[in-house]
Design a protein around this ligand. Sequence first.
Ligand code: SAM
Length: 250
Amino acid sequence: MDAEFDVVADWTRAAVEQLGADHAIPAGCRGSASPSALAWLAEALEFTAGTRLLDLGAGIGGPAAWAVRRYGVRPVLADPMEGACRAAARLFGLPAFEADGTAVPLRTASISTAWCLGVLCTVEDKAGLLAELHRVLAPGAGLGLLVLVAQTTHLDPIPAGNSFPTQTELQDLLSQSGFTIEEQVADPRDTPSSWTRRTDRVDALIRRQHHDDKAYLQAEEQEDRLGVLLSSGQLSSQLLHATRSSRAWS
Ligand SMILES: C[S@@+](CC[C@H](N)C(=O)[O-])C[C@H]1O[C@@H](n2cnc3c(N)ncnc32)[C@H](O)[C@@H]1O
C-alpha cells in the first residue's frame, strides 16, 4: 500500500514536473481516473463556486484540482500518505494534510460536502471511516463515493491490502453509519484519449525511471490484479451520491 500510494505518488509528481503542468490532473486522478465520473459526482453533489469540499483519501489531488478548475470549489484534502499530500501541495497548491480517514482533524459538522474516491476498498475499518465522515459533515450534507463493489464472494486474484464490499455490505455500511443513498450508477469508465495520452506519458516516464524498483513492481502487480478483476466483471466500479442523515450515528 505504501508503495502504491506514497512512493508512486512522489514519482508521479516528479514525472509531471518533467512533462508539464497539463499532465497533472489526469495523472493525479488515481481512483476515479475519468472526468465523466467526476462530472457525475460534481453535478449530483451540486458543486458551486465556493463549495467547501473535503476530499478524504485524496491521493495526489487530481480530482480536487479538477473540481477547483471546473466549479471553483474550495477543497481541503486529507490522506495518510506523506508523499501524496506533498504531491498535492506541490502540483496543485492545494491544502493537504496527513490524516487517517478514521481520525480527521476537522470540527464536528464543519463540512458541507465530501467525496471519497476509490478509498473504501483500501480501508479495513470501513465503518470507522464512514463514522468519521458522518461526524465532520453537517446534517443533510452530501457525500460522493466511488467504490469498487465485489460481484462475487470469491475474488481471484485478490490485490494485497484491499477488501471490496458487496453491494449489500455497502448499503448496510452506509445506512448503519447514518447515510442515505440518493442515487447510484455504474461508473462510465470512459476516459477520453485526451486524458489517457497524458497518463500514458506519465506512466511511461515512471516505468523508464523506476522499472527495477521493488515499489514499482509491487504497484504494477497491484494494478494488474485490479485490471483483471474489473475486466472479468468480478468487480464493478460504482458512483454513489449519499446524504448525511440528521440522526446521530450510533
Ligand atoms: C486509489 S487511491 C485514490 C486517490 C484519490 N481519491 C483519487 O481518486 O485519485 C486510494 C487513496 O486512499 C488513501 N487511503 C488509504 N488508507 C486510507 C485511510 N485509512 N484513510 C484515508 N485514506 C486512505 C491512500 O493513501 C490513497 O491515496
